[in-house]
Design a protein around this ligand. Structure first.
Ligand SMILES: Cc1ncc(COP(=O)(O)O)c(C=O)c1O
Length: 369
């Protein structure tokens, strides 16, 4: 494991060396933005590091309310509720919706935060084949007596594939079910305004779709949130043990997120730049004969049949001072993956250097893949 000695920008430092960074989830390049750092310092100066209480007792501050208001405006919803991490969001939502479903149907490659969120008292829990609408429909028909809740990642964390939300929603509607989408990697990324997979598929107003989201990836701050109707957020605030019994989001992070949302609103070109950079990397990989997924997202996996090849490529990149890790968690995959991520702050030159090194590895190892 690499131990960082700097913050995360388009370069990072580790072991006294500087690495060109194509790792992590800093899609819009905001993780180290000077305005966001400054906002976070001001937040710490005014409120300290910790409110030292849960939201329901004495841990709710004016900046929590401001952030929730801004998230609601950004998401074009009535309200939003923030909590300690994106990971918690699926648990919170599945608990709050618990009276409305008896069975959960999850994509085979669902993120571990989804699997951890399945209620213990559930009547049925079934996987459907990855991205396979027909299999989902078959599984739901087999268990026709149960009210279904379908849950999927919006963008899959390792492969960058986009869940076919339009088709999933059709199945859900036909069966009077609910659709939950974990948009951790889609918020700030997909859709005309960065609102995630529902907006990407023109389903922003769909009443049976619920999203769980995070501020720790494209938004560049930290913490989870759920946006929706006032009825939904009221229930979360009143009934969710995970929300009610955890310490409120710390002041520097709340201030950072408020600042990040302003920057995202004022700079839509960050999203365009991220897509241009992702397309440049993807095209380069395809030209060199690597295998990757067919997507537009900033997560660009290099796919291998053999683990040794994935490790060899990641090590080779590291030897050339480029960071793109071999990843084997938190999702089951059939292939071995070097996960490259594009960011709005990557320069063309930096991407071309990455592509050159990839090409060099490919020439050396051509018989392998
Ligand atoms: C699909 C998915 N959901 C949830 C999370 C958790 O989000 P956070 O790191 O903000 O807690 C992640 C993080 O990697 C993720 O990939």
């Amino acid at each position: 494991m690499m131990v960082l000695e700097s913050g995360v920008g388009n370069y990072v430092s580790a072991g006294g060396q500087k690495y060109s960074c194509f790792a992590g989830n800093n899609y819009l390049g905001l993780a180290n933005h000077p305005d966001i750092i400054e906002a976070s310092i001001q937040g710490a100066k005014k409120y300290g590091i910790n409110f030292s209480a849960s939201r329901l007792t004495s841990g709710t501050s004016d900046i929590h309310l401001e952030l929730e208001q801004q998230l609601a405006t950004f998401k074009q919803h009535e309200d939003a509720v923030v909590f300690a991490s994106g990971y918690m969001g699926n648990k919170i939502l599945l608990q709050i919706l618990r009276n409305e479903y008896d069975a959960v149907f999850a994509d085979q490659s669902a993120h571990s935060s989804i699997l951890d969120a399945i209620p213990r008292d559930i009547t049925g829990f079934y996987f459907y084949d990855h991205l396979n609408i027909k299999d989902l429909d078959n599984q739901i028909q087999k268990h026709k007596s149960l009210n279904p809740l379908v849950i999927t990642d919006g963008i899959f964390a390792l492969t960058g594939e986009i869940a076919p939300l339009d088709k999933l929603y059709q199945v859900v509607k036909n069966n009077n079910g609910l659709l939950v989408v974990d948009d951790a990697h889609s918020t700030g990324v997909l859709g005309d305004h960065g609102l995630g997979t529902p907006e990407h598929f023109g389903l922003g107003d769909a009443s049976r779709i619920f999203q769980t989201e995070t501020m720790s990836k494209a938004i560049g701050a930290y913490g989870g949130f759920i946006a929706g109707s006032k009825d939904l957020t009221r229930k979360i605030r009143a009934q969710s043990p995970a929300y009610g019994a955890s310490t409120s989001l710390p002041p520097p992070l709340v201030s950072a997120a408020i600042s990040a949302l302003r920057i995202i609103g004022e700079h839509p070109e960050l999203r365009s730049k991220m897509f241009v950079n992702a397309a440049r990397i993807r095209a380069g990989l395809n030209n060199s004969g690597f295998h990757t997924t067919d997507s537009c997202t900033p997560i660009i996996p290099v796919l291998f049949e053999k683990q040794a090849d994935a490790i060899s490529l990641s090590d080779f990149l590291k030897d050339h001072f480029i960071l793109a890790p071999y990843v084997s968690y938190p999702v089951k995959t059939i292939q071995f993956i070097v996960r490259i991520t594009a960011s709005a702050i990557h320069t063309e030159q930096q991407i071309d250097e990455l592509l050159l090194v990839l090409e060099k590895w490919k020439r050396k190892n051509d018989d392998r893949c």
